[in-house]
Design a protein around this ligand. Sequence first.
Ligand code: IPE
Ligand code: IPE
Ligand code: MG
Length: 251
Amino acid sequence: MNSNPDPHSSFPRHVAIIMDGNGRWARRRLMPRLEGHRHGAKSVRRAVEFCRRNGIEFLTLYAFSTENWQRPPSEVSGLMKLLSQFIDSELDEIHANDIRLRTIGQLDRLPASVVEKIRTAVEKTSKNKAMVLNIALSYGGRQDIVNAALKITQELKSGALEASAVTEEIFSKYLDTAGMPDPDLLIRTGGEMRLSNFLSWQSAYSELYFSAVLWPDFDDNEFMAAIQEFRSRQRRFGMISEQIEAGERAY
Ligand code: IPE
Ligand code: IPE
Ligand code: MG
């Protein structure tokens, strides 16, 4: 099918997804919004399997933004319940597949029982090596940057860090995504073309891919279409084509 000897050679290392469109998916079927979220959870499972199968090392999923707290309380509590059920039903398989679970965002804002469940799952899978499944929960990109700046300020005050040492690389170590590469490919489903406060710092040079497909309908074919599009792009990082073709890298 493909003359490339290594079909995975140009797969992204890190894919980040804004899983949007659950509500509209439900509304089109005259169902309650939560039914859309329930079907969205099946797409999460499918996307994790897709990444694991294709050797994608990091998958970051935007599950709940800082702004999503403003939704009706019944929807927020329904989402928390679904999250808890997702951990219950998927953890064993995640673990068996050598997948490490991580989270970014203000986990403490979630209900205590959910926080406890997630912490246990993160701990249980902490030694897994094949892939990182990173879930953004109560996450906001601007908040991530402000928190990093506050932590750095503390270290400057205590003398643990010198102002002249604060490079972009050092700054990024204070973000929630510390230790992870920036996303190569950032996908948003559901047709909106905005980032909605997701990975503001980390997406500076991500390839963006917008799909009109609603998240519950996002399947392997759709995922592969995003990957193919990613592969067809030339990432220049500010340089010119000839430099990229000669193998120079910006990072
Ligand atoms: C995304 O789907 C899921 C979350 C934000 C939790 P939405 O719930 O935003 O779905 P739409 O955009 O209303 O269709
Ligand atoms: C972004 O979707 C957040 C998640 C997918 C978790 P939203 O549906 O909340 O984004 P806006 O409000 O349309 O920008
Ligand atoms: Mg939405």
